[in-house]
Design a protein around this ligand. Structure first.
Ligand code: VAH
Length: 300
């Protein structure tokens, strides 16, 4: 999906193409299929996952399969299956086969009773989406198995990820990807959030680099198993203004969508990622200005 393809590319540069297997339940773009090992894998098919792990002598499992915030609210039963049953399949297989496991969490793992500006790594987490509930469950289950059975479980809470070429899949932060496509094509973006809705965001290359650096961090450096990572926080109006420095004609109309606005209003405004910076040297490369330049000038 939006994250797996780019991470596989980064890992293959470091560990060799044939040592990184990309999987999905749907056909990837042809250039991805040709770029290295690709297999069909359904996170709900425990036996097939086990066969893949054993036949390929897998050591690390990166688990990105999940229904995101908005699409999860539209299909709670499926979100529960994929995000919770699927996670348990992965956790059990990791334990059974001594895998090291990376599972992402999200700003969506917090709720309206969490501190919002900034939100620390450790605080009240009462998310109001099935996506957030499933991600808190993932954090807690992974840490339980780490402390009880020594599972090398690692988790990063991602901000809204601004992808390059792959469209996002049903999230609340997706407007921040679409606005660039619209600015470069029609010159008009209809935003489903209010202009002043501030959310933590990150360019996808920072997200991939954070994930690889965290996976490579020596265990002795990790005071936590789940970390916030941050890069920037912006509102729709702020990113529109930054885009207008390059495309002055950009027009944005605001038609708040009640489901996604309610979700966004329950999420943190900014991440405190000081533990990640201290423990394993996290540092973002892209702020809002750099994001807009790379999206409009270098990777339109
Ligand atoms: C979503 N893009 O909007 C995802 C992400 C931080 C948000 O988890 O649901």
């Amino acid at each position: 999906g939006q994250l797996g393809m780019g991470l596989a590319e980064m890992l293959r540069k470091q560990y060799g193409t044939d040592n990184v297997i990309l999987s999905d339940i749907k056909k990837p773009p042809p250039h991805i299929f040709r770029s290295g090992p690709f297999v069909y894998a359904d996170v709900l098919d425990y036996k097939h996952l086990r066969e893949l792990i054993i036949n390929n002598q897998i050591t690390w499992l990166v688990h990105y399969s999940a229904l995101l915030s908005a699409v999860g609210e539209a299909n709670v039963a499926l979100a529960r299956k994929i995000n919770i049953t699927g996670l348990h399949n992965v956790l059990d297989l990791a334990l059974e086969n001594c895998l090291r496991l990376f599972v992402p969490s999200t700003i969506g793992a917090f709720g309206p009773s969490s501190p919002r500006d900034p939100v620390p790594d450790l605080c009240v987490q009462r998310p109001r989406t099935i996506y957030g509930v499933s991600k808190v469950h993932g954090e807690l289950m992974g840490e339980y198995l780490h402390h009880k059975h020594g599972l090398d479980f690692r988790c990063l809470r991602y901000p809204g990820v601004i992808s390059v070429n792959t469209p996002p899949g049903g999230g609340t932060t997706d407007y921040a990807v679409q606005i660039f496509h619209d600015a470069l094509s029609t010159g008009h973006h209809e935003c489903y959030l209010r202009p002043d809705t501030r959310l933590p965001m990150m360019h996808i290359s920072d997200c991939h680099r954070a994930t690889v650096e965290f996976m490579q961090a020596p265990e002795c450096q990790l005071s936590l198993r789940t970390y916030n990572i941050a890069a920037m926080s912006f509102t729709p109006e702020e990113v529109a203004q930054e885009i207008r420095k390059h495309l002055p004609q950009l027009k944005v109309t605001y038609s708040p969508d009640s489901v996604r606005q309610t979700i966004a209003d329950s999420w943190p405004v900014r991440f405190d990622d000081s533990n990640a910076r201290r423990d394993w040297g996290w540092a973002p490369a892209f702020g809002l200005e750099e994001l807009v330049v790379i999206k409009l000038v270098y990777q339109p």
